[in-house]
Ligand binder design. Structure first.
Ligand code: GTR
Length: 438
């Protein structure tokens, strides 16, 4: 692939970022440069693909040279200006503050109590997947203060496994046939055969079953946000659909913890695109997920909004007003006013593992911003003794890079969840779950 020389403006920006990094490190101010000081090797945007976007007059910002110089909030600096240097300080102070900021200004608040849970196995097929797995259809009912909500999940468990097995939970934001539990339709979007072949269970739920993916009031009333009471205020910090879907993922985790075939200490939550945004928030809200996977999640997910590249906050709020809380609306065009950026969402997942993946042609999701976000969470992983990714370590195409509890890859092609993506996630899980540190 041809490499483009960095434009003068870009160099100026990067140098400015580097100078700022030194300055802020020196004076200990509450900010950090989000970008590496010099243009790193590794993945570079294909100029032909960018030109195509330009010709199509596609929505969104695609000029890397126009990315503004920005400062990220330092994940390790508390609201009172004090600096976190130990894992205890992070857990007792800054983590809670950060979680609260995301609840208040991005995703909104889920109900404070889980209520009473009930799990009904509606159907069981021990000869699913040509005899390789047992399929269970589970109804999950949650009741609190006389209000009740139920939805279904499906679970495929490998037959013949000795003991409890780890599980992958897919948040399916596509139609049912993209993640068909009966396996009459096999779509790589849910590579369930691969998951089972590795000895893991594969669970799935439909986002629409938990909360309809529509902005109108009638749709909202049909989902969990209509049934249960949010801890937040309507129009401000009441939960949006992403928070509702993430709540659904936690309820599946509740179920898995009761299933004698599942090792609940090894459960991965995975989603693509809006499902990827949801997976990250689910992992932040619920530290029982041992591995959190964001596939092409982009704006409001893995990518840094201060880069103002690809889909922006303004665009996403206009297209999907129901995904985030009301307070998030004020940051369209005002990214620098955000008290957090998305690297802090990844920091909230620490010390659990996080895998972020992008696609070469998926500029809408801002691949570089997704990588930089992950790398900027490294200081929090370092508190736990884990090596993270460095800002200049964005790898070339299809070269997965793994550091302790962090991993990243960018594959060929466009927006999607493919067999290649699944294989990398499974490789990482093999390593994570079988070679735990003592
Ligand atoms: C797009 C949206 C993205 C992404 C995607 C998807 O239209 O702008 O943020 O989430 O949908 O979920 O496929």
């Amino acid at each position: 692939m041809t490499r483009q020389p960095a434009s003068r403006r870009e160099w100026a920006k990067l140098t400015l970022s580097g100078a700022m990094a030194t300055l802020f490190l020196a004076c200990g101010m509450v900010c950090a440069a989000g970008e590496p000081a010099v243009r790193p090797p590794g993945w570079q945007a294909d100029p032909k693909l960018l030109e195509e976007l330009h010709k199509k007059n596609a929505r969104g910002e695609y000029n890397e040279a126009a990315v503004p110089a920005y400062r990220l909030p330092d994940p390790l600096v508390c609201e009172d200006g004090s600096r976190v240097t130990t894992r205890q300080q992070w857990e007792q102070k800054r983590r809670d503050e950060t979680l609260e900021l995301f609840r208040r200004t991005v995703y909104g608040r889920r109900p404070e109590r889980t209520g009473e849970m009930r799990f009904d196995v509606l159907a069981k097929d021990e000869k699913a997947m040509e005899g390789k797995a047992t399929l269970k259809r589970v109804k999950i009912t949650c009741t609190d203060g006389g209000r009740s909500f139920a939805f279904e999940a499906s679970l495929l468990i490998p037959n013949g496994a000795t003991g409890r097995v780890p599980a992958f939970v897919l948040i399916n934001n596509r139609e049912v046939k993209s993640a068909d539990p009966t396996r009459q339709t096999k779509d790589p979007f849910w590579s369930a055969e691969e998951i089972i072949a590795r000895g893991y269970a594969a669970a799935v739920f439909q986002t629409n079953d938990v909360d309809p993916d529509k902005p109108d009031e009638a749709s909202r009333a049909k989902g969990v946000r209509g049934a249960l009471t949010s801890a937040g205020k309507a129009g401000e910090d009441a939960w949006g659909t992403i928070a509702a879907w993430a709540w659904g993922a936690s309820r599946i985790m509740d179920y898995l913890a009761t299933d004698a075939n599942i090792d609940a200490s090894k459960v991965a939550i995975i989603g693509h695109s809006r499902g990827g945004k949801t997976a990250l928030w689910a992992g932040a809200e619920d530290s029982r997920f041992s591995l959190v996977i964001s596939n092409d999640s982009g704006c409001g997910g893995a990518s840094l909004s201060r880069r103002h590249f690809g889909e922006t906050i303004e665009i996403i709020n206009r297209s999907f007003p129901h995904w985030f809380c009301g307070n998030f609306k004020q940051y369209g065009g005002h990214e620098n006013d955000r008290p957090v950026d998305q690297h802090q969402l990844m920091a909230l997942i620490a010390p659990q593992a996080v895998y972020v993946a992008s696609a070469d042609a998926d500029f809408w999701a801002d691949q570089r911003g997704e990588f930089l976000s992950l790398a900027n969470a490294s200081p929090v992983y370092a508190l736990y003794g884990y090596t993270g990714l460095k800002l200049d370590e964005m790898p070339p195409l299809e070269t997965p890079t793994i550091r302790d509890r962090m991993a990243y890859h960018i594959r060929r092609g466009g927006h999607g969840l493919t067999l290649y993506d699944w294989q990398q996630y499974l490789n990482f899980a093999d390593r994570l779950w079988r070679t735990e540190r003592p």
